[in-house]
Design a protein around this ligand. Structure first.
Ligand code: ADP
Length: 363
């Protein structure tokens, strides 16, 4: 018996996206719904390929269509990353969302998180750029290894970013000698960031990740003036002292009206590879508690692991070097949570504005 398409649509209107607390029909996710004899063909369009509830929604859509009489469901999932135009947003007209990764102090794993966050969003299917603005220790080039395409520059034209593992990358490290003793003063940082924003051919990106210098200084202020940052991710280790710095970082972002997407706790604990025992070297759980107190999302905790350090030092970050590892899974989950928070900021319906369409992923 042919299916009743309207009955299927009514059933789909009961499937919720927990991210927005609304149903998939009201959210405009049902791009196509067709009957094919006793089967249903559904195309679901999500506001990000890294949707944190993607599998859950897919399963619920299939189950709802079957309960409404479809003998089988052919489901296609596509995505168009949402964006929100803000004043000044035309500076990087093709970039839909800008995410700044910050830390109260150096050495907590900010660059590790920024790099793996960028790669995780790429793995999820988004088009991604990474801007390493950490003038004091531009470690992204080391972390990503040899580029597939080196950065280029032609006189009178824009700089083209390097390409590593499918993401576009620009780093202070490409332009400054490793041991060059540059004293970065506020106006210099401002000028440099401005160049990275205006003179780099970023093209169309769903997400641009910015690895900020540590602390709460000039770079953060400059960025808030130069760019419509969608939100920030704050990285910390669990020690009390590091957490105090997080409070400072969060209050600074609040002051310059950059939304906080959430807190990542790095070097949370150590799992002994020999016996599996969890050792909480720097204590644990502070990040979660703090995120709650600050009213922001806890994005995840990353254990200390030689794989992470080795991945960073050898140019093969865990996401690409050990994609099946627990660490890669944690980073993939952090990427999905960040993408979810960004989608929430952009709002249901996605306000696609004037920006260039992003990559449409079909699986
Ligand atoms: P930051 O950007 O905050 O200065 P990095 O990301 O450069 O910090 O990390 C500092 C060092 O710690 C690097 O050598 C990096 O590989 C290592 N590291 C970061 N996170 C971890 C982790 N979870 N386990 C092991 N080593 C880590």
């Amino acid at each position: 018996m042919p299916i009743d398409v309207e009955k299927v649509r009514a059933a789909l209107a009961k499937v919720q996206d927990p991210l927005f607390g609304k149903d998939v029909v009201a959210l405009g996710y049902i791009k196509d719904l067709l009957g094919d004899g006793d089967k249903a063909r559904i195309t679901l369009k999500l506001p990000t390929p890294a949707h944190p509830h993607k599998e859950e929604i897919e399963k619920a859509v299939v189950a709802a269509a079957k309960a409404a009489g479809a003998s089988d469901v052919k489901l296609e999932v596509v995505s168009e990353v949402s964006t929100k135009m803000r004043p000044g947003g035309d500076k990087m007209a093709g970039v839909k969302n800008i995410i700044a990764v910050a830390a109260g102090k150096g050495g907590v794993g900010k660059s590790t998180v920024a790099t793996n966050l960028a790669l995780s969003l790429r793995q999820h299917g988004a088009t991604v750029g990474l801007l390493d603005a950490d003038v004091y220790g531009p470690s992204v080039p080391t972390m990503l290894g040899e580029p597939d395409v080196p950065p280029g520059q032609q006189t009178g034209q824009k700089i083209t970013p390097a390409v590593h593992w499918g993401i576009k990358v620009i780093s202070v490290g490409f332009f400054v000698e490793r041991d060059g003793a540059v004293v970065w003063r506020g106006p210099m940082i401002h000028k440099l960031l401005q160049q990275f924003i205006e003179d780099v051919e970023w093209g169309a990106l769903d997400y641009l990740i910015i690895d900020l210098p540590p602390g709460t200084g000039d770079a953060q202020l400059s960025l808030s003036q130069l760019l419509p940052i969608t939100g920030s991710v704050v990285v910390t280790t669990p020690q009390e002292i590091a957490l105090i710095d997080v409070v400072k970082a969060v209050s600074m972002f609040k002051k310059v009206e950059i939304p906080i997407l959430g807190v990542v706790e790095n070097m949370s604990y150590y799992v002994c590879p020999a016996c599996g025992h969890n050792d909480e070297i720097f204590s644990r759980g502070g990040g979660k508690k703090l995120a709650k107190e600050l009213g922001t999302l806890f994005l995840g905790e990353i254990p200390i692991d030689a794989k992470v350090r080795h991945g960073g030092d050898s140019g093969r970050p865990v996401i690409v070097g050990a994609p099946e590892s627990e660490h890669a899974k944690i980073f993939m989950s952090i990427g999905a949570k960040v993408a979810g928070e960004v989608a929430k900021i952009n709002g249901p319906g996605g306000g696609t504005g004037k920006r260039a369409p992003g990559l449409v992923q079909i699986r």
